[in-house]
Design a protein around this ligand. Sequence first.
Ligand SMILES: NC(=O)c1ccc[n+]([C@@H]2O[C@H](COP(=O)([O-])OP(=O)(O)OC[C@H]3O[C@@H](n4cnc5c(N)ncnc54)[C@H](O)[C@@H]3O)[C@@H](O)[C@H]2O)c1
Length: 250
Amino acid sequence: MNIAIVGFGKMGHMIFEKAIANGENVVAIIDPWSPSSEVTAMSVDKKSLNNADVVIDFSHPACALENIHSYAEFGIPAVVGTTGWYDDIEEVKKDIALLNPAIIYSGNFSLGVCAYLSIAKAASAIMNNLKDYEVGIKEVHHTQKKDAPSGTALMLANTVLPKLDSYTGYLIEEKEEDKITIHSERIGNEPGLHELTFTSSVDEIKLSHHAFSREGFASGALVAAKWISDGRRGLFTMDDFSNELLGGLV
Ligand SMILES: NC(=O)c1ccc[n+]([C@@H]2O[C@H](COP(=O)([O-])OP(=O)(O)OC[C@H]3O[C@@H](n4cnc5c(N)ncnc54)[C@H](O)[C@@H]3O)[C@@H](O)[C@H]2O)c1
């Protein structure tokens, strides 16, 4: 694959290293702020994408909408890992509806997280029968993370909510009887810890996913890049991808 990388920060570097190790060609690296000599352009346009087969974007929420529009307009398949723009998802859907895009976005491209979300969904269906258990979500990330809660915590909430009849939504750092509380912590260099807890007055069940490094996100993004660039068209999420990856068990 000929890959364009947009955003050459921590994730962009990891994707670059993995792509080269996998024998892929990185034909463009776009970042207006990175001091790296490997950067080939400062902004996304048809020329700077350099005829890439696929673009992998782990940049900044502020440019997400404009970048997504560009990928759709140029007809270039894209993996969008950037988080922090999901409040605008309906606007994005409207914006690119007529452009026949090939885009997959996710707050977490780790294949382990794909499996974790499926396990969390199944666990929630079981725990739905035990109404004495309070459901909670906690996420911990490094101190430079721009958004809170994490995109993955929101994915986790949206994955389990349809299975939990007593819950109508989620609240961030607030408590209400029929809402799942999402709590965030920012500590050191933590790559990402997510916990789903079912707590009663006598015990607690905890399902957690702990990323040891950013490597899993980069590997998954490269697998997703192959998936999205094989001719399919649409705006996809990890759910669509998981269905194939996990053999329809999602
Ligand atoms: N989906 C996932 O699996 C996953 C995993 C980790 C991080 N993320 C998300 O990916 C994004 C990047 O994370 P990171 O840890 O690499 O952050 P980072 O701060 O290390 O890197 C972000 C890079 O984007 C660049 N950037 C800023 N504006 C830009 C623009 N207009 N065009 C191109 N590049 C631009 C910055 O200069 C910086 O180099 C964040 O939104 C983060 O939440 C997603």
